[in-house]
Each structure stands twice: as structure tokens, then as C-alpha cells.
Design a protein around this ligand. Structure first.
Ligand code: 0CJ
Ligand code: F3S
Length: 322
């Protein structure tokens, strides 16, 4: 904080540029609501396979209402309802749940389900799919699990796109994870199109509106900031991508799960701080961060004008009247 201008209050000045849009997307809103409505409908406990969204605050709040989080269906006892997370699940999971007679409610984001359906269709028409995504991420595991083994190949990097030698290079399509870096993906897609000119692209964008809007909003403010804090979890793909966008714009950027994780010394020399939040991070965490900063700085706060999001997804029919 040394050397920063001060007002009569003695606290250093800090300008905050708050990215917009940020935080919850329509798929996250819907997934959280699905868990809440399932608890209302069935009574506690309701099991949830995997974190409903990648945010500890959200998970703890739902746990307090009666949700029990497990990683695998095998951890769900017989006779209780189970919700599948927003990231989607391999086909084998609902099949197994049905075999066991479990009531299951699918909170997969409709934009992820759209990719699942495209994958199925492409395989039915005999095309081999190159799927751009991060190995091991639950969304990737879920999408790979929509089609028979050997019909989809994972492409993680531009190097993978350069190296892949498909059996039939004239019969290819590509799809992507919804939360990727817009810039990195454009590069991978350009490589695939150069190497395989007839490759079929997805209908519309697979990277979702929320991911691309949040990246654009961070890019927009980065040039005016000395540093950027992104609220989100380390396992949240879309949140980690926002930190990358800010770093690539040449500023210091850090992911924090909440205000409690902020080390004030990290802000030494920072006069203008950008703040954003991943699609799974509640706005409350942004407000707590701003409140903490106000304890230590004389803060001026500016919310940016970004894309206006009006997307709302329907709830599953079984819960609509709950
Ligand atoms: O995969 C999704 C449908 C995004 C869900 C919301 O974000 P988050 O942080 O739970 O998941 P990602 O790791 O995929 O960004
Ligand atoms: Fe869906 Fe995109 Fe959110 S895929 S859950 S709208 S980050």
C-alpha cells in the first residue's frame, strides 16, 4: 500500500472496476433451484452426485437445507432421490439409477445437454468427433460418456490438434466443452479446419453465452486495471479461464474463493482493481470482498456496462408444480 495516494481518512485510495456480466448464469440458477425444489418435494435428505456447481458456498448452503453430496452413484443409498450436477453425467449414470429404481432429477445445464444431443446425432451419422475440452473435468467425462468408446477423441491443446491422425480425415466433426477459453479454442479450431477442411462445426457455439460474456467483460476492463481478482473455485473451469484472460491482458490476476482468502499485501501498489466472478460464484461473495476492501481502503466503485443477459431455463417438468 506504500506510496498510494490517500485522503484525509488516511486510507489509501482504491478504484474498483466491477466486471459485468459476472457470477451466476442461467444454468447455475436452475441447478441450485432444482436441488431446493427436490428437497421441498421429497423431503431431506436429497442426494446430489458431484458438487451441484463448483462452489463451496453454494454446496454448504444446500447441505444446510438437506442435500447430501457424493461423488458416485454407488454412494447413494437405495430409496432416496438423487440430483445430477449442472456439468452433466455419462449415459451410464441415469441408466444405473433407473436399474436401481432411484428417483433421479437431472440438473445438467440445457446448453450441455445440447452438446450431448449433437454428439449422439453425429455418431448416428457415422462421423468421428473431435471433442475439445479438459481431460478429467466432469463435463468432459459426461460428454465423452454419451457415445460409444472410440467414436470421440479428446483434443486438449493446439498441439493435440496438430498431432491427431484420424482414421478417416474426411469424416470428422468437432464439439467443445462449454466453459473453454474463447481465444484458445479459436486457435484449436483454426488448426483443425486447416488440417481437415471438411470437418463439420457445431450448430452454433458450444462455448456458452455466459462463458464468452464473462471473458469479454474481463477483457474489457483489464486494460484499465493494475490487477484483477476473480471469485471462484479452483475446480471451476469457467472461473479459471477468467483469470487466464486477465493475465494474458498483462495484469496480475488471482482466483480467490472468498474475501477470507485475500492477502492484503497482494494489493500493494494497486490503484485500480478489477473484480469478476465465475458463473458458479454467488454475488454475495463479491459484496463481501468489496466490504472487506472498504475496511482497508477508501474505495470508489464502478460497475461496468456489459452484455445484458436475459437467459432463463425451464425447470424439469416433475418439479414445476413443487
Ligand atoms: O459445466 C457447466 C455446465 C458450468 C457450470 C457452472 O460453473 P462451474 O464452476 O460449476 O463449472 P465449470 O467447472 O464447468 O466451469
Ligand atoms: Fe450452462 Fe454455461 Fe452456465 S453451460 S451452467 S450457462 S456456464
Amino acid at each position: 500500500m506504500d506510496g498510494a495516494p490517500t485522503l484525509a481518512s488516511d486510507k489509501p485510495l482504491l478504484d474498483l472496476l466491477i466486471a459485468a456480466p459476472r457470477g451466476f448464469c442461467a444454468g447455475v440458477d436452475r441447478a441450485i433451484r432444482i436441488v431446493e425444489l427436490s428437497i421441498e418435494k421429497y423431503g431431506a435428505p436429497v442426494y446430489v452426485r458431484h458438487e451441484i456447481v463448483h462452489n463451496r458456498h453454494v454446496v454448504d448452503a444446500l447441505r444446510a437445507k438437506g442435500a447430501i453430496f457424493v461423488e458416485e452413484l454407488d454412494d447413494v443409498p437405495d430409496g432416496v432421490p438423487v440430483v445430477f450436477s449442472a456439468h452433466g453425467v455419462p449415459k451410464a449414470v441415469p441408466h444405473k439409477a433407473a436399474e436401481r429404481g432411484l428417483d433421479y432429477i437431472d440438473a445438467t445445464c440445457p446448453l450441455v445437454s445440447k452438446v450431448h444431443r449433437q454428439a449422439e446425432r453425429l455418431v448416428q451419422t457415422g462421423q468421428h468427433i473431435l471433442f475439445i475440452g479438459h481431460r478429467g473435468h466432469p463435463e468432459v467425462v459426461g460428454t465423452l460418456g454419451q457415445v460409444p468408446a472410440g467414436t470421440m477423441t479428446l483434443i486438449e491443446t493446439n498441439e493435440d490438434a496438430e498431432a491427431i491422425m484420424p482414421a478417416d480425415p474426411t469424416n470428422l466433426a468437432f464439439l467443445t466443452q462449454t466453459t473453454l477459453s474463447v481465444d484458445d479454442t479459436a486457435q484449436v479450431v483454426a488448426t483443425l479446419k486447416r488440417r481437415f477442411p471438411s470437418i463439420q462445426a457445431p450448430r452454433g457455439e458450444d462455448i456458452c453465452y455466459a462463458t464468452s460474456n464473462r471473458q469479454a467483460a474481463v477483457k474489457d476492463i483489464a486494460a484499465q486495471c493494475d490487477a484483477m481478482l476473480v471469485i471462484g473455485a479452483p475446480n471451476s473451469s469457467n472461473s479459471v479461464r477468467l483469470v487466464e484472460v486477465a493475465s494474458r491482458a498483462g495484469i496480475r490476476a488471482q482466483l480467490i474463493e472468498s474475501a477470507a482468502n485475500l492477502e492484503l499485501s497482494w494489493l500493494d501498489g494497486v490503484r485500480t482493481l478489477g473484480i469478476s466472478a465465475g458463473a458458479s460464484a454467488p454475488e454475495l461473495l463479491v459484496r463481501e470482498l468489496v466490504d472487506l476492501l472498504k475496511v482497508h481502503f477508501t474505495v470508489s466503485e464502478r460497475e461496468m456496462n456489459g452484455a445484458v443477459e436475459t437467459m432463463v431455463f425451464k425447470l424439469p417438468r416433475t418439479l414445476e408444480a413443487a
